[in-house]
Design a binder for this molecule. Structure first.
Ligand SMILES: O=P(O)(O)OC[C@H]1O[C@H](OP(=O)(O)OP(=O)(O)O)[C@H](O)[C@@H]1O
Ligand SMILES: O=c1cc[nH]c(=O)[nH]1
Ligand SMILES: [Mg+2]
Length: 209
């Protein structure tokens, strides 16, 4: 089964509390979602392999470390995943970006894919799927399925708030995927929202409600 890790760094926890507050403006919400995305990336990439490289400093030759192999593909799930993207890209500027568009039917909570554009060599890269909310897990499972269909072998999932139901759904359908979250919340409500959660992440990011 894939690992489920809650990244309880004090900065991440503090910033998460700010975006949970209902009075936080879209402007501040957007900025902080990006910042948390960056802080989470720092933790998630801890085990990236390194290789030795010969370089020359102004003083002389030396052998130092750099990240080995192809850089990651970051895969934001539209719309809300876009909120995390800039923060993640600041940490890994050479990563490529693959975008997948998905919306949840408000009645049935079933996800629907409406867009997918991946880098040509996506199958050779590790993918980090980002979305602030893991509720039923339907959207993330569908996005992971779309990547596997394109030949991707190593996939990680980063979310801000995870419902236990969503974590279970990913672990059952995609047991090879490690999940990272800033928090695991209490549960899913019958209407599909996470409690206590932070409301509708897409609407709060884009000011649509
Ligand atoms: O785990 P699930 O039950 O699938 O729910 C989580 C999904 O719901 C939200 O997207 P939404 O459908 O609201 O689209 P949006 O990002 O465009 O607002 C959220 O950003 C996730 O993608
Ligand atoms: O609580 C939730 C659940 C799904 N999507 C959101 O944006 N918020
Ligand atoms: Mg939404």
């Amino acid at each position: 089964m894939g690992k489920f890790t809650v990244l309880n760094h004090p900065l991440i926890q503090h910033k998460l509390t700010i975006i949970r507050r209902k009075e936080t403006s879209s402007n501040e919400f957007r900025r902080i979602v990006g910042e948390i995305g960056g802080l989470m990336t720092y933790e998630i990439t801890r085990d990236l392999p390194l290789k030795d490289v010969e370089i020359e400093t102004p003083i002389g030759k030396t052998t130092q470390k750099e990240i080995a192999g192809k850089k990651m593909t970051i895969v934001p799930i539209l719309r809300a995943g876009i909120g995390m993207l800039n923060g993640v890209m600041e940490m890994i500027p050479s990563a490529k970006v693959g975008v997948i568009g998905m919306y949840r039917d408000e009645e049935t909570l079933t996800p629907h894919e409406y867009f997918c554009k991946m880098p040509k060599d996506v199958a050779e890269r590790e993918c980090l799927v980002v979305d602030p909310m893991l509720a039923t897990g339907g959207s993330a499972n569908m996005a992971i399925g779309a990547l596997k269909k394109r030949g991707v072998k190593v996939i990680k999932l980063a979310v801000l708030v995870a419902a236990p139901e969503g974590v279970k759904a990913i672990q059952e359908e995609n047991p090879d995927v490690d999940i990272y979250a800033a928090a695991e919340d209490e549960k899913l409500l019958p209407n599909g929202y996470i409690t206590p959660g932070l409301g509708d992440a897409g609407d709060r990011l884009f000011g649509t409600k």
